[in-house]
Design a protein around this ligand. Structure first.
Ligand code: GAL
Length: 423
């Protein structure tokens, strides 16, 4: 697996040296404190999005210190964060999501952001379900960046044309298209063989095959009667049917490399959240022209949400804390939310952001977010840390990966591992 843990971007040593020199010259007051930000946004579209935040912060006289930890889905980043906090040296901000915000908050290491939240009227700006995730015991400790939709299928338009197909709306249509793509010499499904990516595809199949109520009973409530059920068995069987349409070299592949296969037409389709769109756009492609974004089969009327956010740590250095507060305010500003999300593939999380420049995939995402909420088909992503704490999520993720990667592992055995999570 391509995971360079703790890689701090090149140039930071040089910056440190220059900073030291400036201080020696008595210029310390003129030099801003660094705001260190831990994140895992290192792919093309992701890096472009982060660059925007860096620039906006620099414009306000604060210095961004990049703490980028490679590894899609953030497993490596979370491990590195644990070490840093344990050593009493947390970054100013870290990409932390969902219930993990609560877990960190309960340790008493996060900063209270209530006054900024009041000043910028966050309660009125973000949907309640989002605001609640950002709070611990009623106090804001984290700031939301975006809303990603997970249940997308990305399609290379030319590959679809060559396979003589239309975008699949059901699993039967999907497997028929996949079959024709393979016959046309195209890898039907670009897959990155890492547990979080297998889990991502799995949750989409679960929503499609089982429906939103089943999804909630299984992954939100961890109801054993759903975790081991005929519906779950059908989910696992459908999930496994996808594997023969992936290529042998998938093991360990990063998600953005899988997206690149679809961009180049080496592969026809990919299941992935809309951070994948950031890659298509960064490669100069446009939706409806070179690629298509369609809801994964059977999920048009539902929505798996994945919200990125940054939690803020308590800092001793008052100047760093000032930079941190500037970062928080910037993230919630409409200008940042617009530009960041245009690059990232997600949609803004705050209200009142101009949507004119957003493409049809984003427009569709916005419309479906609202419609799914009304239909009660809006569910949080289990694979992207929106539902369960790290420990439980990991058990489920590993059970799914084991099932995908080893044909000898049965659905029954896998459901047994799911149920064991409850205990
Ligand atoms: C998700 C995250 C996205 C994207 C993706 C791939 O968990 O929410 O923003 O970065 O991982 O790294």
């Amino acid at each position: 697996m391509n995971r360079k843990v703790g890689r701090v971007k090149a140039g930071s040593k040089l910056k440190g040296w220059v900073l030291g020199g400036a201080m020696a010259l008595g210029l310390a007051t003129a030099v801003a404190a660094q705001v260190e930000v831990l994140h895992w946004w290192t792919a093309g579209g992701e890096a472009k999005s982060v660059a925007e935040l860096k620039t906006l912060l620099a414009n306000q006289g604060h210095q961004w210190r990049d703490f980028a930890v490679e590894g899609g889905g953030g497993d490596s980043a979370m491990a590195v964060l644990g070490d840093r906090v344990a050593n009493g040296n947390p970054p100013a901000a870290a990409q932390i999501k969902g219930p993990a915000i609560q877990e960190w908050g309960k340790k008493g290491v996060l900063a209270n952001l209530d006054d900024i939240a009041r000043e910028q009227a966050w309660d009125a700006q973000v949907p309640r379900v989002v605001g609640d995730i950002m709070k611990v015991d009623g106090h804001y400790v984290a700031v939301p960046v975006n809303v990603h939709r997970v249940n997308w299928l990305w399609i290379n338009r030319e590959a679809l044309r060559r396979a003589g197909g239309r975008p699949p709306r059901s699993w039967e249509e999907f497997f028929a298209v996949a079959e024709r793509m393979q016959k046309a010499g195209v890898i039907a499904v670009a897959h990155g063989g890492q547990p979080w990516q297998e889990f991502t595809t799995f949750e989409v199949v679960a929503l499609s095959v089982g429906g939103a109520d089943f999804y909630r009973r299984a992954f939100v409530k961890l109801d054993p009667a759903a975790l081991r059920s005929p519906a779950m068995e059908q989910v696992l069987t459908t999930f496994r049917r996808i594997k023969p349409y992936t290529d042998k070299a998938a093991t360990g592949r990063d998600w953005n490399k899988a997206t690149a296969m679809v961009i180049k037409g080496e592969a026809g389709m990919q299941f992935m959240g809309d951070w994948a769109k950031g890659e298509f756009l960064a490669a100069g492609q446009k939706p409806g022209e070179q690629f298509l974004c369609v809801a994964a089969p059977g999920t048009e009327r539902s929505y798996i949400f994945n919200i990125d956010s940054f939690a803020m740590f308590q800092l001793k250095d008052p100047r760093a804390a000032q930079g941190q507060r500037a970062l928080v305010k910037t993230i919630m500003s409409p200008g940042f939310q617009e530009t960041f999300n245009l690059n990232k593939g997600s949609i803004p999380v705050v209200t009142g952001v101009n949507r004119d420049r957003f493409d049809r995939c984003s427009q569709e995402s916005s419309a479906h977010f609202a419609a799914s909420a009304m239909l009660n088909n809006l569910v949080p992503s289990i694979a992207h840390r929106m539902v369960q704490g790290d420990a439980k999520e990991k058990v489920l993720r590993e059970a799914v990966a084991a099932f995908w990667n080893d044909e000898r592992v049965t659905a029954d055995e896998t459901m047994g591992k799911f149920v064991a999570v409850v205990k």
